[in-house]
Design a protein around this ligand. Structure first.
Ligand code: EPZ
Length: 420
């Protein structure tokens, strides 16, 4: 398994181009199953997750080509049965269920299972499918969903931690080809959900209200092929803005959308990292000393849970007490023990991490546990004195395109160590 070797203490300086959003690309690639015509999706980040999704589409019978960030998919004829192992390995693949139900009125996919950050239930997805007239059977690790027809309906999709991002996308995709009107209350407002709806509307769907908690879908008979460019990855952009603050450098982030980053830019400002707009570019640099701040992760447009770990890596450098409360997932603090190996002083109290910041970090071998935790460890390693080896970097490769190359261009002393 590959690892990153990082020599810390270098302020990052320069410009970085943000890739397309992983969390928009995955459901948008799944949505290409809704039509028998070819679709062209541009600015797809080249990640293990997106390559996996293309493999899943091919296992369903679609033809697909992934070249220079553009994926061409032609799901002329498809089957409703996805390869058990393929789906089981990537939670995000649950979002093929909606398109399969919309197109074929049936879907047989393995239960996605949980992951290190939480149980990751899909009860809200199933609740929505049932509201659309689907019969759901769960046996032998599979979800078997069938419907005589998809009938529009109103439903409330709020759960234990508020809306569901992929659940909202799944219902939109199933209802797009349904009979009648579907109204989703407590829909997710994330920009990635808006991007999926924009692609569906480009295919001829009739979806309105996206970006608000109430989405209306008027079913249509057929969807046609379309072209679409994926929105920039706001989580990747946030990661680089934070890295500028953590290394006391100055980074110009190109290709991001400031309007998707309001909560992050606000909190960074409070913490002493200014993010200024220069046209479409964002320039991040420290403004004086880092200050402790309190953060609670919330559904969009609140502070994103996917930036929680990276923010913690910054706040361990800010002298004083920062309280970080994770309200979306039940165990998203795997990075705490690894940050402690670098000298961080953090205590977990239920859903909160109490960060006693300001102690100097010194490099050590650490273990990545999940996608965003690995990004936090890379940030901390770049701020630490000495050398940090971040092991199991495959977690990071799932969601960050060419992270080491982008960091190297900014002056980071980082190299990928391939395990023989
Ligand atoms: C998406 O996951 C993202 N993944 C996650 O990003 C992100 O953290 C999450 O949304 C929240 O913003 C992709 O888009 C591929 P949810 P998703 O359904 O849709 C509970 C990353 O690092 N819930 O919005 O699976 C759930 O347990 C990844 O890029 C139910 O209770 O998340 C969680 O507590 C990690 N029942 C909360 O809702 C359900 O049926 C939010 O989950 C579904 C979810």
């Amino acid at each position: 398994m590959d690892s990153f070797l990082i020599k810390g203490g270098v302020p990052l300086r320069g410009t970085v181009e943000i890739s397309g959003s992983k969390n928009a690309a995955l459901p948008i690639l799944a949505a290409t199953l809704l039509t028998d015509e070819p679709c062209v999706i541009r600015r797809v980040p080249d990640l293990s997750d997106t390559r996996f999704m293309v493999k899943i589409l091919e296992s369903l019978g679609a033809t697909a080509k992934f070249e220079n960030g553009t994926v061409t998919v032609h799901a002329k004829k498809i089957k409703g049965y996805a390869d058990y192992d393929l789906v089981r390995k990537m939670r995000g693949s649950i979002c093929i269920a909606g398109p399969l139900l919309g197109r074929l009125k049936k879907a047989r996919i393995s239960l996605p299972g949980g992951c290190i950050i939480g149980a990751r239930p899909i009860n809200l997805h199933l609740k929505g499918f049932q509201a659309l007239g689907c019969k759901i059977k769960i046996e032998g690790g599979y979800i078997d969903a069938t419907a005589k027809k998809i009938t529009g309906n109103s439903m409330f999709l709020g759960g234990r931690a508020g809306p569901t991002v992929l659940g909202t996308a799944n219902i939109m995709m199933a209802a797009a080809l349904g009979d009648g009107i579907t109204v989703i209350e407590s829909a997710a407002c994330e920009p990635e959900v808006v991007d999926v709806a924009n692609f569906l509307n480009a295919m001829g769907a009739k979806i309105s209200g996206v970006g608000s908690p109430t989405i209306t879908i008027e079913g249509v008979k057929k969807l046609h092929g379309a072209e679409h460019e994926v929105i920039p990855d706001r989580i990747e952009a946030a990661t680089f803005l934070i890295a500028a603050g953590a290394t006391n450098g100055e980074i110009t982030v190109k290709g991001a959308r400031a309007e998707h980053l309001r909560a992050v830019i606000d909190k960074l400002g409070e913490a002493g990292v200014s993010v200024e707009r220069n046209g479409a570019d964002l320039i991040a640099r420290r403004k004086g000393k880092l200050k402790p701040v309190d953060i609670t992760t919330l559904p969009y447009s609140g502070f994103p849970t996917d930036v929680q770990a990276q923010m913690m890596a910054l706040l361990v450098l800010a002298k004083g007490i920062s309280i970080i409360t994770e309200r979306i997932f039940e165990s998203r603090f795997m990075h705490v023990s690894e940050l402690a190996r670098l000298g961080a002083d953090i205590e977990i109290e239920g859903p909160s991490a109490i960060v006693k910041g300001g102690k100097p970090l010194s490099g050590a071998p650490v273990m990545a546990s999940d996608l965003r935790a690995s990004a936090a460890l890379v940030i901390a390693g770049m701020a630490a004195k000495g050398t940090t080896q971040v092991n199991r970097i495959y977690h990071l490769d799932r969601g960050y395109e060419k992270m080491d190359e982008k960091l190297k261009k900014l002056g980071a002393r980082i190299q990928r160590v391939e395990e023989k």
